[in-house]
Design a protein around this ligand. Structure first.
Ligand SMILES: NC(=O)c1ccc[n+]([C@@H]2O[C@H](COP(=O)([O-])OP(=O)(O)OC[C@H]3O[C@@H](n4cnc5c(N)ncnc54)[C@H](OP(=O)(O)O)[C@@H]3O)[C@@H](O)[C@H]2O)c1
Length: 222
């Protein structure tokens, strides 16, 4: 088990968060969890952790909440996303792109900045990306797909920028799971894109938080 095991999960209530949380808790991580506050949040049964409300598009809230942490964060897991609406290009609005950009890119950028500004001993950042960054993306998914490539750009840039602080920054890119953002997708579409088991994602994150390989700036397709 890593000695650096105080782990912040942004998007604790997400379908991935729900599975990642017990896996990391059972591996001895001390968990700091954030959720949007739009609904009540309950910790999974048998898990302990500190819970904070945090709208990751609200920069002042990020500054306040992260500035108030008493625990010193070693790892950041970023599992956040806006609902997906399938649209033909002619029906898209620029605001659709901005909405996904805010949750995918702006939130991670500000949270990482706030952790560093508050002298947290950050060692690893892992964002949930998407298989759309490896394969031909599904049709009518322009805003989401574009935001995931932007997130990948941020991951690669942060990996370079934060290398001198020995912070590893990586992305894990699953296929559709049939839960969370893809819960209403037709089964055929999920299978066509190469579906992923959520537990595999959680186990891969646990491994990455454990290893000392120094791998950074990578996008793992699982
Ligand atoms: N499901 C899939 O098939 C799949 C496949 C590949 C990648 N992913 C990625 O996995 C990640 C998690 O998505 P999911 O599928 O698990 O969907 P989900 O269950 O709907 O989770 C999305 C999460 O984003 C959070 N969120 C949205 N806007 C927020 C805001 N302004 N402030 C704070 N939190 C906000 C929500 O928080 P609250 O619940 O607290 O409101 C929610 O828990 C996303 O990056 C998604 O792109 C999903």
């Amino acid at each position: 088990m890593s000695k650096q095991n105080i782990t912040l999960i942004a998007g604790a209530a997400s379908s991935f968060g729900k599975v990642i949380i017990p896996v990391l808790f059972n591996k001895g991580h001390q968990l700091i969890l954030t959720h949007s506050g739009r609904e009540d949040y309950q910790l999974p049964e048998g898990v302990a952790g500190e819970v904070f409300k945090l709208d990751i598009t609200d920069v002042a809230a990020i500054t306040n909440v992260i500035g108030g942490f008493r625990s010193k964060i070693n790892n950041l897991i970023y599992s956040v996303g806006s609902p997906i609406v399938f649209k033909k290009f002619e029906d898209e609005k620029w605001e659709d792109y901005e909405k996904h950009w805010q949750t995918q890119v702006k939130g991670l950028w500000h949270i990482t900045r706030a952790l560093i500004a508050n002298n947290h001993p950050l060692k690893r950042v892992i964002a949930i990306g998407s298989a759309v960054t490896f394969t031909k993306p599904p049709a009518r998914l322009g805003a989401y797909t574009t935001s995931k490539y932007a997130l990948l750009g941020l991951i690669k840039s942060l990996a370079v920028e934060l290398a001198s602080r020995q912070i590893a920054v990586n992305m894990i890119s699953p296929g559709a799971t049939g839960a969370g953002l893809s819960k209403d997708w037709p089964r055929l579409m999920i299978e066509a894109g190469g579906s992923t088991d959520t537990r595999t994602v959680a186990d891969t994150i646990a491994l990455l938080l454990q290893e000392e390989s120094g791998r950074t700036g990578e996008n793992f397709h699982i």
